[in-house]
Design a protein around this ligand. Structure first.
Ligand code: ADP
Ligand code: MG
Length: 726
């Protein structure tokens, strides 16, 4: 079958060998590549402004006027205008009936001087900047226009000009002679050739239901719209298509995964009930109850559970995990809980043994729980070889019911008797590969509950974890006071210290956190130790006890310091982000974050979540230097204005783009051609609904109307992004 998309660009009118080579170096080899090379902007020639109307508001303008002179200014020495350091520049003056403006080029002078000539009319597009008292435009887009056409358009106001597409052009492409104008001509040729050869891949009823234009029309209108409406309709259709195909793939994969057989937890027994009625020191929130029900329903079906539990920091996910593990125990299965750090694993171990038995076994590695006859064990990198020698056989024998640990859990020699449930805390720290290694430990894979405190915007969650069922704890335990967040600079440090003293006098504890960023570990560690010293001076012994924890310390020292803080023996804990996730010391009510401009939003939110865990008022103090970049300012003001993790995640997504959200960096997925997860939430929902409907009607896509859709999906599946979705 003739495949228009696969044609090589060298066959296209207007693309000679040189241009083709330059385009190929940008990945543009076929008609399909070029069709998907969407303009990033359009010049609206119906919307010219007069030179006198230019405002200092940093926006692009389209101008129309006559070039009245062109001159090359090539000072060496004393020319430091715009910091060009003596380089040459080309300056042209554009004039319209209201004024004049200078156009400036610092490079490509030779070429520009051939197209910009005095006494000709041009349309000009660019961003004016103020130089001394006048505006100028550097490196504008410029195109000669027909003086007669101008006169005509002045007379007939009705004549609408199409929008002119602006494509991004690499240096190589420019050198090969491709201009914005010639690129537009090339895509025009391409679309002229395309008559009837861009097949529709979406089923007709979806086009109808969602009011989408046809595919070929969409390509035509995204490249050469005759109005903004046309452009928007095209963009909407193409975004929908992209998100729809993605959702189809995600949902089809989920269906396949669903076929996995799973252990059947038929009963709710004594462990669960006794714990629920006698051990829990508080009432579960209704969100916690709902999620436990969801887990219970999943584990009854005979299919493997794959569930993502999202809940903001402090929402009580650990309790849900524990109840799920008790369910496994009731049905005769072992379970394990995997945490991303040693500190967290120990903390889980301590709090779980305590909850199960009302005994404190903070330091022990084997908790023999009194209350419930269950054996809970801890396995981390720092468990000694001899401890392992007793633990591993016990695990294989089925004598250990609940195993808590770190990555050490997925080592090959760790074997279970009958692993029924795996809980993974703080998912984003683990790769997909680790998740699947746990699955392979048994013939029938265990149920998997993944917990994350990093709220992911729903649109991203649907894509990233599209194969997981989603549970959300959207409610904090009652009696929590909203954390007060304050921004302070170094000048206010003494006041901050004063406030810390007040809090300590009231019996509270304080974290002081320093960023630790890997590239400059030494420097960061020095920051931390300097900070520790200055705090030690401001909070001297014997009145104050201060602890310090950082990633480079030996595990046993880390644990020792954490325990001292947990027991209230130290009032201030100076730490790096090792305490970012999960650490739970309810009496700590103040979180001071040093150099907080260097943290990302999700880290700040996580850190703040370490306080506000009791009924006392908690505080988060964000220390920064004086001058902040725009993004840093936005992060800080977001933190001071909301504690809602989902809102913070949305801002994070806007600031960083989806590729940089935690957990997605490595995967290289989510490279969209046109869709934008932070802006296209609505389209995403429609696309998902449409995909669900198609799969429900025709699960194998055997219907004739779905033929091209299936073909497209098959091609995509072998393409780049699909391979990356777990
Ligand atoms: P996270 O979701 O961040 O992992 P945790 O599980 O660490 O939260 O719980 C935070 C704190 O809230 C813990 O001290 C826990 O004991 C407490 N907690 C959990 N559920 C409730 C509840 N329903 N009522 C009161 N406190 C709760
Ligand atoms: Mg937690």
């Amino acid at each position: 079958m003739f495949d228009f998309f696969a044609q090589e660009l060298t066959y296209l009118k207007g693309v000679g060998p040189a241009k083709a080579a330059a385009m190929a170096s940008e990945g543009l080899r076929t008609y399909g590549d070029l069709l998907d090379y969407f303009p990033f902007r359009y010049i609206d020639k119906n919307n010219f402004v007069h030179i006198s109307e230019i405002k200092d508001d940093n926006s692009y303008v389209a101008l129309k006027g006559k070039i009245i002179n062109v001159r090359e200014i090539g000072g060496r020495l004393f020319d430091n205008r715009r910091g060009a350091g003596g380089g040459k520049r080309l300056v042209a003056t554009l004039k319209d009936e209201t004024g004049e403006i200078e156009l400036v080029w610092f490079s490509g002078i030779k070429y520009i001087s051939t197209i910009v000539r005095p006494n000709k009319w041009y349309s000009v597009f660019g961003k004016p900047s103020l130089y001394l008292t006048d505006f100028n435009i550097t490196h504008p887009e410029i195109e000669e226009i027909d003086a007669a056409a101008i006169a005509e358009s002045k007379n007939s106001a009705a004549a609408q000009e199409p929008l002119q597409p602006v494509y991004s052009l690499s240096e190589k492409m420019k050198k090969s002679g491709i201009t914005i104008r010639s690129m537009a001509a090339i895509t025009k040729n391409l679309l002229e050739q395309a008559r009837q050869s861009i097949p529709e891949i979406l089923p007709a009823n979806i086009l109808h239901e969602y009011g989408l234009i046809m595919r070929e029309q969409a390509y035509r209108q995204i490249h050469h719209p005759s109005s903004w409406e046309e452009m928007l309709a095209a963009r909407n259709r193409l975004k929908f298509e992209e998100l729809f195909l993605l959702q189809m793939l995600v949902l089809l994969a989920k269906k396949q995964k669903k076929q996995q057989k799973g252990h059947v937890f038929t009963r709710v027994g004594d462990f669960f009930n006794k714990f629920y009625y006698e051990h829990i020191p508080f009432e579960l929130t209704s969100a916690q109850k709902r999620v436990i029900k969801e887990i219970r329903a999943d584990t009854k079906t005979g299919l493997q559970m794959n569930r993502l539990l999202q809940g903001d920091v402090g929402s009580g996910k650990t309790m849900v995990a524990l109840m799920a593990m008790l369910l496994a125990c009731d049905n005769g299965y072992q379970s394990c809980l995997m945490a991303p750090t040693e500190i967290l694993a120990r903390q889980h171990f301590a709090s779980i043994t305590k909850l199960l038995g009302n005994v404190s076994s903070d330091d022990g590695t084997h908790g023999n729980v009194k209350g419930l006859p269950l054996k809970v064990a801890l396995l981390t990198g720092s468990i000694t070889a001899s401890e392992r020698r007793t633990l591993l056989p016990a695990l294989l024998d089925g004598q250990v019911d609940i195993l808590i640990g770190t990555h050490a859990l997925i080592e090959d020699n760790v074997r279970f008797n009958n692993l029924g449930l795996v809980v993974i805390d703080e998912q984003h720290r683990f790769g997909v590969e680790q998740r699947s290694r746990l699955w392979e430990k048994n013939d029938i894979p265990p149920h998997v509950l993944v917990m994350t405190a990093t709220p992911i915007p729903r649109t991203l969650g649907m894509t990233l974890y599209g194969d997981l069922e989603l549970s959300i704890i959207d409610e904090l335990p009652p009696n929590r006071k909203e954390i007060k967040t304050i921004h302070a600079t170094d000048a206010q440090r003494l006041r901050v210290f004063g406030f810390m003293r007040e809090q300590i006098a009231a019996g509270r504890q304080i974290y002081v956190v320093y960023p630790l960023i890997q590239e400059s570990e030494k420097l960061d560690l020095k920051d931390l130790m300097d900070g520790y010293e200055s705090i030690s001076r401001a909070f001297p012994l014997p009145d104050y006890q201060i602890g310090v924890v950082h990633g480079k310390m030996k595990n046993e020292n880390k644990n020792y310091e954490m325990q001292r803080f947990k027991k209230g023996e130290t009032q201030i804990l100076v730490a790096t982000t090792v305490i970012e996730v999960g650490v739970d010391v309810p009496n700590a009510t103040v979180m001071v974050i040093e150099n907080s401009e260097r943290f990302g939003l999700s880290a700040l939110h996580q850190l703040r979540g370490r306080v506000g865990r009791c009924d006392k008022q908690s505080y988060c103090i964000l220390m920064t230097k004086d001058n902040l970049s725009g993004d840093a300012q936005k992060r800080i003001s977001t933190m001071t204005s909301t504690t809602d993790g989902f809102k913070i995640a949305e801002v994070d997504l806007q600031l960083r783009g989806p590729g940089n959200i935690q957990g997605t960096q490595q995967s290289g997925m989510l490279k969209f051609k046109i869709a934008n997860l932070s802006q296209d939430e609505k389209i995403m929902y429609s696309a998902r609904a449409a995909a669900m409907a198609v799969i429900k009607d025709d699960p194998l896509l055997n219907n004739r109307e779905n033929f091209l859709l299936r073909k497209e999906l098959n091609e995509k599946k072998h393409g780049t992004f699909w391979g990356n979705i777990s």
